[in-house]
Design a protein around this ligand. Sequence first.
Ligand code: FAD
Length: 375
Amino acid sequence: MNFELSEIQQQIQQTFKDFVDRRVMPNAQAIDENHEFPRELFKEVGDLGFFGMRYSEADGGTNMDIVSYTLAVIELSRGSLSLAAACTMQSLMATYFLNRLGDAEVKSYFSAALKGDMVGGICMTEPNAGSDLFGIQSKAQVLEDGFILEGQKTWVTSAPVADFFTVLAKTDTAEGLSIFFVPAKLEGVKVGKTIEKLGVRGSVTSEVFFDNVKLPKNYLLGKLGDGTKYLSEILAEIRIMTAALAIGVATAAYEDALQYAKARKQFGQPIYKFQAVKMKFAEMAVQLETSKLYTLYAASLSDNNKSRKKEAMIAKLYASECANSICDNASRVLASYGYANDYPLQRYLRDARFTLIGGGTSEILKINIAKELEQ
Ligand SMILES: Cc1cc2nc3c(=O)[nH]c(=O)nc-3n(C[C@H](O)[C@H](O)[C@H](O)COP(=O)(O)OP(=O)(O)OC[C@H]3O[C@@H](n4cnc5c(N)ncnc54)[C@H](O)[C@@H]3O)c2cc1C
């Protein structure tokens, strides 16, 4: 076993760390307060090559391993989980199917998205279908020359600013779900109002309506009914990525609290000197280090083409639960200042909740981990 990062992996980590310290940290509070998609920073992340890290050079990417990608996501999330959530969505779920299954026309959107010139969204969730993806009602009618899409999606990340969507829908001719490419400008595509939410407020989210939307044949991605098969190809990576998002925000909370505890004096000494406070840091450090190590382990299994389905779920479940515990403990260390809007800790606390939901809730992950153990 090798626990050392390669020189390239260290360089990538450092590049994103420097970018986040210089460009993201000073703007993170405003991104949250304005509830606004951080378009300028999103484009800068594109210029850094982040959106193409997981794609081959022939496809316009940089062909980086998942460990490197994970390190970059941790750094972005340390700066702003809003920005990191929007960027990870763009770099994986919003673009993967276009590249894997699209023709030249579809891939022209993919190329623009890799540079951050276009924004994509993935439409799976519906008002009555969240964890239960097979419960979706959106339907594409199969015609001779294409499809007619009808349906309603919700909680679509980046939808208010999106140029295109990847949509999961049923059809009358296939049993399973199918994947469709849908440019936002098509007639009948309507983006609903932005959902006001507790955290990741700069990662804008909304409903999307498809009303009698005519799609040409080439907008079906892959084969009819094979949607979940294609989705399963990236499920582990989605979970590793969500674990990385959790680790990033937890790192920010931990570092802020540590700095504060060493500077803040009560009863004549820094509060870090009190055993009750020190114990919190020991707990936080254990949770943070083990989350990081296990998530990088799951990522390295993936890089080495080893089975990692269970490990990716464990990483996501563990890192997201630990991140919420770390943010809670960090907030207690800052006490009233952890409750003040002028300090970022309240943002970390709110943002971290997202990692308990995206990529599968803790309950669903536990059920699926247990299923793996049965085999
Ligand atoms: C900020 C944000 C961004 C998002 N972005 C996107 C996006 O870009 N695209 C997209 O398609 N979706 C997106 N989602 C939606 C997300 O994927 C769903 O919220 C998630 O799948 C859970 O679905 P739900 O909220 O409907 O909860 P439900 O599935 O209704 O679950 C409610 C509760 O019941 C529990 N539960 C459900 N089924 C079971 C079971 N079988 N056994 C035990 N417990 C169960 C769950 O764990 C949960 O606690 C986003 C969500 C958020 C919060």
